[in-house]
Write a protein that binds this ligand. Structure first.
Ligand code: SIN
Length: 482
């Protein structure tokens, strides 16, 4: 890994603004998912070491919460400036550990930084309320206060943005945050930590612990000093964390699995719909929780759609993320096996393979962008969160039918539809059961809008003014003036 600033590559946990190995000397190896070369190690911290970080945060947060929002914002902006200055190195670190094309890593760093800048400013607008009273002697005041020490567990698919989306609002309002990054992609997190110290963040406010996910998840969800836990990952683990958090009634945000329908009506601008679909489906090799998981195309345009879509998908380049192809490798062997198993099950039950369908001949960790049709309900792919570059395409006849099918899932994260008809747009947007709906675009993520789901996709919102509320508590103050 050739970095202009090699000090960004840290192989230690960040506790109390110092870099720590595990006292036991235990480490976890981290590999490049494209070529399986080892790129470094991280400490496998013990439970006591993780609890030590919580104790540090508990003390440090007191002083941090007493700073003004403007003082905290100054530090956050300095952090964001340093991230901008080191963007190319941060992207190299990300592509080395996650595999995504360098251009996608660069755009993720910009996306990650947008949360820091947004929340630095939004933290200055934590307004309380005064509520008109029913008696002349009474006054009712609402104060908003930081929730306290927070923890978050972040995934490998967006190794930086999923961190800043949680850390920035927490820090902006006066909370401290302990991050547990995924062990497959820890170096992006640690590099962000290095820059946060350089920006002047006081010790104990942002800490990054590494080690066994299960053990750290249990400590985060059961420790009474942690007042808020934010998790992005699978629905299975989200439910476990929620159950473990019940005895301490911890405030939670859970951003869990998705199964996004992508609906193209016959009045859509077809070329734009296909561009949006490619962006949604194949970004990060299909490893996003908001990516198109089920593509529904109205019968009248189906043949034309399939021809155009297939031509475009066949033109996508695939390879080493460092060479900046359109699509790169999957995260690990397990992901490749799951992809192959979903496809084999569908083909064995009668699906038709239109293009792709295997790994790249020269790059065995890359799965080709794939399209399949003739999907039936008995196929696993009709229900699973695919998390891979396979687009299953269904045909539908009318609006009522497609809305029913789109909603027939326990998940409710993102949905997409393409139409030029305004009345239909309102009907569809209102009836789709999801936390986020995109019309005539394949990309809805931005720091200024609320990201999150309903049903078994979880709860809580990230980004936007709503993302700030997740790190605040409301204190009602009743004053008798007599
Ligand atoms: C995710 O896949 O978890 C996040 C994707 C995004 O922010 O666009």
């Amino acid at each position: 890994m050739k970095l202009q600033n090699p000090s960004l590559f840290r192989e230690r946990a960040l506790i109390d603004n110092t870099w720590h190995s595990a006292q036991s000397g235990d480490t976890i190896d981290v590999f490049n998912p494209f070529n399986h070369q080892k790129i470094g190690i991280i400490p496998n911290l013990s439970a006591d070491e993780v609890r030590g970080a919580i104790a540090t945060a508990t003390t440090a947060q007191q002083a941090w919460s007493k700073k003004t929002a403007h003082e905290r914002a100054d530090i956050l902006h300095r952090w964001a400036d340093l991230i901008d200055d080191n963007l190319d190195d941060l992207a190299i670190i990300m592509t080395s550990e996650q595999g995504k094309p360098l251009k996608e890593s660069q755009s993720e760093i910009r996306y990650a930084n947008s949360f820091i800048r947004f929340f630095a400013e939004e933290g200055k607008r934590v307004y309380g309320d005064t509520i008109p009273a029913k008696s002349t002697n009474l006054r009712h005041i609402v104060l908003k206060e930081p929730v306290g020490v927070c923890a978050c567990i972040t995934p490998w698919n967006f190794p930086s943005a999923m961190i800043t989306r949680k850390v920035a609002p927490a820090l902006a309002v006066g909370c401290a945050m302990i991050v547990k990054p995924d062990s497959q992609t820890p170096f992006s997190a640690l590099a962000l930590g290095k820059l946060a110290i350089q920006a002047g963040l006081p010790a104990g406010i942002l800490q990054i612990v590494t080690g066994q996910a299960e053990m750290i998840g249990e400590i985060f969800s059961t420790d009474n000093h942690i007042k808020k836990l934010s998790f992005t990952g699978s629905t299975r683990v989200g439910k476990l964390l929620m159950a473990q958090s019940a005895p301490t009634l911890k405030k939670l945000s859970l951003e869990l699995g998705g199964n996004a329908p992508f609906i193209i009506f016959d009045d859509a601008n077809l070329d734009e719909a296909i561009n949006g679909l490619i962006m949604s489906k194949y970004r990060n090799a299909g490893q996003t929780c908001v990516c198109a998981n089920r593509v529904y195309v109205q019968r009248g345009i189906f043949e034309t759609f399939l021809e155009k879509f297939t031509t475009k998908v066949r033109s996508l380049t695939v390879g080493n993320g460092m060479d900046n192809p359109d699509m790169a490798c999957l995260i690990n062997e397990q992901a490749l096996q799951k992809t192959q198993a979903l496809l084999s099950d569908a083909l064995a039950k009668g699906a038709t393979l239109i293009t792709g369908g295997s790994t790249h001949t020269d790059y065995p960790t890359c799965f080709l962008p794939t399209i399949i049709t003739n999907i039936t309900e008995d196929m696993d792919i009709a229900h699973a969160e695919i998390f891979a570059p396979i687009a299953p395409v269904f045909v539908f006849d009318d609006e009522e039918e497609v809305i029913k099918k789109a909603n027939a899932t326990p998940y409710g994260l993102a949905s997409y539809f393409y139409t030029q008809n305004h009345a239909r747009a309102w009907r569809v947007a209102e009836r789709l059961e999801c936390g986020m709906v995109a019309q005539n675009t394949g990309l809805l993520s931005t720091e200024v809008a609320p990201f999150g789901g309903i049903k078994e996709s979880g709860f809580g919102r990230e980004g936007s003014k709503y993302g700030l509320d997740e790190y605040l508590t409301i204190k009602y103050w009743c004053i008798n003036m007599e």
